[in-house]
Design a protein around this ligand. Structure first.
Ligand code: CO
Ligand code: CO
Ligand code: CO
Length: 346
């Protein structure tokens, strides 16, 4: 094995959220209206996970891009997580990934072996998904960054968006939350990579099985939990669907170590922005608990799917997730009547 490297020390921001805040991004995109063509089934209007472009009556292209700075120290693991994360937006829409283009920013002084390991981790995950890396682009940068533009395919009638959640639906989450807090603590050298291995294992696990099961059972809406945190992504889904939700805060799966660290204040830079994004829409007594809010708005990388499924299919969905080895499959809330975007914490 090569010498050890602490990749997280090369990223300027901590956690999973070195990104433009949802609030700012919305403002900026308002100034840059995008064109529409009839073939574009899903564009940027609702903040969906990927674009869906119909190429013929049976086939839709599902396209997405995602890249970010290291959230773990081991180059190979970083590559795997970056790939699983990029693929996830295709899975969230129920697509099957077919090709990937890599995006690389790299400081040459780190040494070739580091980039080789990142690329190997990424390639192995892309291949595990059944897709293939077909090219990419690289440039020199002070800060390492890595990810992929992924293209998948689906059927026009099988595309799952964030815009069709229905009243009475159950909300099912397929991975625990808290990775941003753990990554921040790793960068702060408060914990070691070994101490967050359960979260790393989840982050590098593909959302493929969860996505396949969701298509098989038939669901109303889906998104994946990434940089805007559980509440941020739920909020985007509720806005797109014109609905409101109730969240069972005691049911939400959280990495135990992340809970401990949040209590002593190890929270990523982006959490505050995430809270600001949803704040006016959050109701209920638990919202007064700052640590809970830090966790519910913790930016994730390669988080789980949040699936909105009719209550009569929810048991079947959970059973099938179980059978397919998706370890986390919890009902964390439901879609209820109420003002659009409102999230009641119970
Ligand atoms: Co997404
Ligand atoms: Co994305
Ligand atoms: Co080029």
């Amino acid at each position: 094995m090569k010498e050890k490297i602490q990749l997280t020390q090369y990223s300027t921001k901590s956690g999973c959220a070195a990104k433009i805040s949802a609030t700012d991004l919305k403002e900026i995109m308002k100034e840059v209206p995008l064109g529409r063509v009839d073939e574009l089934l899903v564009g940027t209007e609702h903040g969906d996970d990927a674009a869906a472009f119909k190429i013929n009556k049976d086939t839709v292209l599902v396209q997405t891009v995602d890249f970010f700075t290291p959230i773990v120290d081991s180059p190979y693991l970083f590559g795997q997580i970056a790939a699983a994360n990029a693929l996830s937006d295709v899975y969230a829409m129920g697509g099957k990934p077919i090709t990937a283009l890599s995006l690389v920013a790299f400081p040459p002084k780190l040494g070739h072996w580091v980039l080789e390991e990142i690329l190997k981790g990424g390639r192995d995950k892309i291949e595990e998904s059944g897709a293939v890396v077909v090219g990419g682009h690289s440039l020199e940068d002070k800060e390492p960054k890595f990810g992929y533009a992924v293209t998948g395919i689906s059927h026009p009638e099988k595309i799952v968006t964030s815009a069709d959640a229905k009243i009475g639906d159950k909300l099912i989450l397929t991975k625990p939350i808290g990775l941003g807090i753990l990554a921040t603590s790793l960068k702060g050298e408060i914990i070691t990579e070994e101490e967050m291995m359960d979260a790393i294992d989840n982050a590098r696990t593909l959302n493929e099985k969860a996505s396949e099961v969701m298509i098989e059972v038939g669901v109303n809406a889906c998104t994946d939990i990434t940089g805007f945190g559980l509440l941020g992504h739920l909020f985007i889904m509720l806005k797109a669907s014109n609905k409101s939700a109730r969240i069972y805060t005691k049911k939400i799966p959280v990495y135990p170590k992340a809970l401990e660290l949040a209590q002593i204040g190890f929270v990523p830079a982006g959490t505050h922005e995430n809270i600001r994004f949803v704040k006016n829409f959050i109701k209920g007594e638990p919202a007064k608990d700052n640590v809970l809010m830090d966790i519910l708005c913790d930016p994730q990388t390669s988080g789980g799917l949040l699936i909105s499924v009719s209550s009569k299919k929810s048991d079947l969905l959970i059973q099938r997730l179980d059978e397919e080895g998706v370890k986390t499959n919890v009902i964390v809330g439901e879609i209820v009547k109420g003002k659009e975007g409102t999230i009641k914490l119970t």
